[in-house]
Design a protein around this ligand. Structure first.
Ligand SMILES: CC(=O)N[C@H]1[C@@H](OP(=O)(O)OP(=O)(O)OC[C@H]2O[C@@H](n3ccc(=O)[nH]c3=O)[C@H](O)[C@@H]2O)O[C@H](CO)[C@@H](O)[C@@H]1O
Ligand SMILES: C=C(OP(=O)(O)O)C(=O)O
Length: 421
């Protein structure tokens, strides 16, 4: 298993480009299954999760053409199998996103039950309940969800989610695009990735309004057509580099990022003492050499503070001036990186879903191991502000979600190297 070796050092400085968003690209790739014509997806990040989603589409016989320069062209109409096997689903929970499109287009889907993961139990009851409301018959047998649409076509329904779910909103949005009649999704997720998926579906001919608000209205159409669509920039990748710069007292500029998708994160970085300037597609952060101030927050659905940025801020708070209180409300087990950071000299106590972090000037290098994607990224940030050589193990988690992470940190002046293992 590969590891990252990070020698802690001075401030990060420089400019990098933000990659395409993993969490927008995954549902958009799944959405191509709805189309009766080839769809060209551009600005896909080179990530393990994207490779897995492409492997999943291929395993179902879907014809696709990968062109390094142009993107990936997928012809959903050529899909021969409607089963998403355990071997692939177990490596990536987002595989559940093929359920809605397969069912809506082909009237049948068999998808391995994704189960929980390191950050929490992550049930999919809202996805299944919504599909049932649209007329699907659902069985769970031998670890697989089998869904069939008795009349070959789902019908529109009025669906009120019990909680805000990003994946649930995406699955039902895609299913509703080809359903018979009007679907109304209430208490829908408002994440920018939902908006990007909806815009891609609209480019394919779907009739959707209200995306980006808590009520989405979808008028089902008979068929969806081909289009070319470019995936939005990754706000979580961008946020990760901004926090790394703040923790190291640096000054960086990010290109190809929409600052409006990062409002809650930028507010907290300003509270930490960062000077931030933004343009239409860039962000500049400058700590002016100052130590960050501790910032407290609670994770909540968009437009509030994102759970996917919590671990990185915990690393910054570990070296900040003051005491921070961080509460994770989305997932039940997403503070585990605190224990690894404590092995590096951080002062973090965890009680229930809250971490109390007392900042210390520098951390001390140690071998550490991460249990999930953002926790791994937070340990890299911790390594950047530690004296000595930190080795972060199990970085296959990082490769799920950060394109060219060593190259980007190197471009910002970090001392970081991959050790193949
Ligand atoms: C590929 C992708 O886009 N992943 C993101 C997506 O995950 P994902 O779509 O899996 O997360 P959800 O928004 O669905 O989960 C939010 C909460 O709802 C619960 N829940 C969800 C569905 C359901 O049927 N029943 C249920 O109880 C979950 O256990 C969790 O506690 O949104 C999360 C929350 O912003 C992010 O951390 C992930 O990075
Ligand atoms: C939790 C994440 O991803 P996933 O939902 O794919 O596990 C993430 O991107 O931080």
């Amino acid at each position: 298993m590969d590891k990252l070796l990070i020698r802690g050092g001075g401030p990060l400085c420089g400019e990098i480009r933000v990659s395409g968003s993993k969490n927008a690209a995954l549902p958009i790739l799944a959405a191509t299954l709805l189309s009766s014509e080839p769809v060209l997806i551009r600005n896909l990040p080179h990530l393990q999760d994207i490779t897995t989603m492409i492997a999943l589409l291929r395993s179902m016989g879907t014809e696709l053409l990968v062109d390094e320069r142009l993107g990936v062209e997928i012809n959903g109409a050529t899909t021969k199998e409607t089963t998403a096997p355990y071997a692939l689903v177990k490596t990536m929970r987002a595989s559940i996103l093929v359920l809605g499109p397969l069912l809506a287009h082909f009237g049948h889907a068999r998808v391995s039950f994704p189960g929980g993961c390191a950050i929490g139990s992550r049930p999919v009851d809202q996805h299944l309940r919504g599909l049932e409301a649209m007329g699907a018959h659902i069985d769970v047998e031998e670890g697989y969800i089998t869904a069939t649409s008795p009349n070959g076509r789902l019908k529109g329904a009025h669906i009120l989610f019990d909680m805000v779910t990003v994946g649930g909103t995406e699955n039902l949005l895609m299913a509703a695009a080809l359903a018979d009649g009007r679907t109304i999704l209430e208490n829908a997720a408002r994440e920018p990735e939902i908006v990007d998926l909806a815009e891609c579906l609209i480019a394919m001919g779907a009739k959707i309004s209200g995306h980006g608000s808590a009520t989405i209205v979808i008028d089902g159409v008979d068929t969806l057509k081909g289009c070319t669509y470019s995936v939005m920039p990754d706000r979580i990748e961008a946020g990760t580099y901004l926090v790394a710069a703040a923790a190291t007292r640096g000054s960086i500029r990010l290109r190809d990022i929409d600052p409006r998708t990062l409002e809650a994160v930028l507010v907290k970085l300003e509270e930490a003492g960062a000077h931030i300037e933004t343009g239409d597609d860039w962000i500049h952060l400058d700590m002016k050499g100052q130590r960050p101030k501790a910032v407290s927050f609670k994770t909540v659905p968009y437009p509030g503070f994102p759970t996917d940025m919590q671990a990185q801020f915990t690393a910054m708070n570990a070296v900040a001036d003051g005491v921070a209180r961080v509460t994770e409300t989305i997932f039940e087990n997403r503070l585990v990186q605190a224990h690894e950071m404590n092995r590096m000299g951080a002062k973090i106590s965890v009680e229930g879903n809250t971490a109390m972090i007392t900042g210390t000037e520098r951390l001390k290098a140690a071998p550490v191991m991460a249990s999930d994607l953002r926790a791994s990224a937070s340990l890299v940030i911790a390594g950047l502000v530690a004296d000595g050589d930190t080795i972060v193990d199990r970085i296959y988690h990082i490769d799920r979600g950060y394109e060219c992470i060593e190259e980007k940190f190197l471009a910002l002046g970090a001392d970081i190297r991959r050790i193949a293992g």
